[in-house]
Design a protein around this ligand. Structure first.
Ligand code: FAD
Length: 452
């Protein structure tokens, strides 16, 4: 058992933990980052599978994600635009695939009017929400007590409008059934991206990718820290007093004045705290849960859909795979589609064999792109639900009522323990941008505490 002493020990080498470690190091403090896995990056993972470079976790960058964009510039990483020329595809309730251009997809004029009207209402509500303090809105308690689905169904009885409005924050973002989280949670998701309209605009929210993959962010941040990042070191126990903490993995003991828990909040309970965390924290942490989505990668010898004038952008609240995009790598001759299967549909698929699952998913893709979609040369499903050190995708959020009951306390743990994670962010909530913002924030918090 080796022993290390540092000013700050950081648990987790994701974007949040590594950002904090770099900031603290720059400010003159000594740090160590303890990472459970054999790699850095957490939910950022770029891997070669059967000869294809795939983004198994986070990948897209949107223009409002200034913290991430600044980090990319600092690390010398280049971005490129997602392919988007041509027609998008929408599959309606009758199963018919219809092409469209522009922002509004092909629905009946009355449904379009309802969608526009509710979108306007949502944008106005979102404009009043401070993403750092959604619980502070005067109607927060009311909006946190009603599910997203129930609120939408109060606005209209047009089922197609409800399904399409619901899935922007449901299947596509929080990746939980829309009856299981609140209207306020939905408004926070939208406020963290600037507006509800931003969230439903794929050209905005899924704008760019990083040449070589987004995992280069944590890889390069870790490179700067050199031997102060220790892999294969799940932190098992943290003993703490006002004066400092002792962290134990199976191989290393670290003594530090301060600790940053840079892990998803659903994983705090994997660590034994001595003394136990305060009552409110024990309660609060049980009200976070991970969403669940399967990210499907299908690589073809060429991007065949482009030959048919399709952009690759496709969605439908009636399809097994509710959204799919052209995900062809920079300067790659082959074509890649990425598709998503969310929440209960994903649960159901994992009850099938791998072959049946693949068949069902590719069948769904063929509804958007035609029969050629059924013949990929590389096929892979990212399954974050079976990853011990993540346990779901994309991120953790509160259950119904949790935001107003606990949100105001979520960034405070107990001295000398601090927290940082994308799942606790305001701007960039549940995104890499939010993880980086949380990393900077916790470093500032620690530096202020050290100066006090
Ligand atoms: P994490 O990345 O989860 O890092 C936490 C780290 O802590 C992990 O490395 C974990 O192994 C480690 N750890 C956990 N417990 C312990 C322990 N006890 N001891 C030591 N180490 C521990 N975001 C976007 O911005 N754009 C996207 O396109 C996008 N797509 C996504 C697609 C998928 C499939 C997924 C899963 C996520 C996606 N996200 C996306 C979300 C984004 O990846 C995350 O919000 C972000 O990477 C989280 O960073 P983090 O540092 O907060 O947490």
């Amino acid at each position: 058992m080796s022993e290390i002493t540092r000013d700050v020990a950081i648990v987790g080498a994701g974007a949040a933990g590594l950002t904090a470690a770099n900031d603290l190091r720059k400010a003159g403090l000594s740090v160590v980052v303890l990472e459970a896995r054999e790699r850095v990056g957490g939910r950022l993972w770029t891997e070669e599978i059967d000869g294809a470079m795939l983004e198994l976790g986070g990948q897209w960058v949107s223009p409002d994600q200034h913290a991430l964009i600044e980090t990319l510039a600092d690390l010398g990483l280049e971005t490129y635009e997602r392919y988007r020329d041509g027609d998008s595809v929408y599959v309606g309730p009758n199963g018919e695939a219809r092409r469209f251009r522009g922002e509004m997809f092909p629905v009946a004029p009355e449904t379009e009017r309802v969608i526009d009207e509710i979108t306007e209402r949502l944008d106005a509500m979102v404009a009043e929400i401070d993403p750092d303090r959604p619980w502070a809105h005067e109607r927060a308690a009311e909006w946190d007590a009603i599910s997203w689905d129930a609120w939408l169904r109060q606005q209209t009885d047009d089922d197609e409008a409800v399904r399409n409005l619901a899935f922007a924050t449901g299947s596509a973002m929080l990746t939980k059934p829309t009856h299981s989280f609140s209207l306020l949670q939905s408004l926070l998701m939208a406020a963290s991206a600037g507006s509800y309209s931003h969230l439903v605009d794929a050209d905005f929210i899924l704008d760019k990718r990083v040449v070589g993959g987004l995992q280069q962010v944590p890889l390069r941040l870790a490179e700067r820290l050199g031997e102060d990042v220790l892999l294969n070191q799940p932190v098992r126990t943290i003993e703490y007093t006002d004066a400092g903490a002792v962290l134990r993995t199976d191989e290393v003991t670290v003594r530090a004045r301060r600790v940053v828990l840079a892990v998803a909040p659903v994983l705090y309970n994997r660590i034994t705290f001595v003394p136990p965390l305060p009552r409110l924290k024990h309660q609060m942490h049980q009200h976070f849960s991970m969403g669940f989505v399967i990210k499907v990668h299908a690589v073809y010898d060429r991007p065949f859909w482009r030959e048919q004038g399709l952009s690759g952008t496709a969605f439908s609240p009636y399809e097994l795979s509710h959204e799919a995009y052209d995900n062809t790598n920079h300067e790659d001759e082959r074509g890649t589609l990425v598709a998503f299967v969310s929440d209960r549909t994903a649960d159901d698929l994992f009850r099938l064999s791998a072959d049946e699952r693949r068949e069902r998913i590719l069948e769904s893709l063929s509804h958007y792109y035609g029969p050629q979609a059924k013949e990929p040369i590389v096929y892979y499903e990212s399954d974050w639900g079976s990853e011990e050190w993540t346990r779901g995708a994309y991120a953790a959020s509160f259950d119904l009522g949790g935001l107003t009951r606990y949100g105001a306390d979520q960034l405070e743990l107990v001295d000398p323990l601090h927290v940082a994670c994308s799942d606790l962010a305001g701007l960039g909530y549940q995104h890499v941008d939010g993880a980086i913002r949380m990393g900077h924030r916790v470093a500032d918090e620690i530096l202020a505490a050290e100066r006090a």
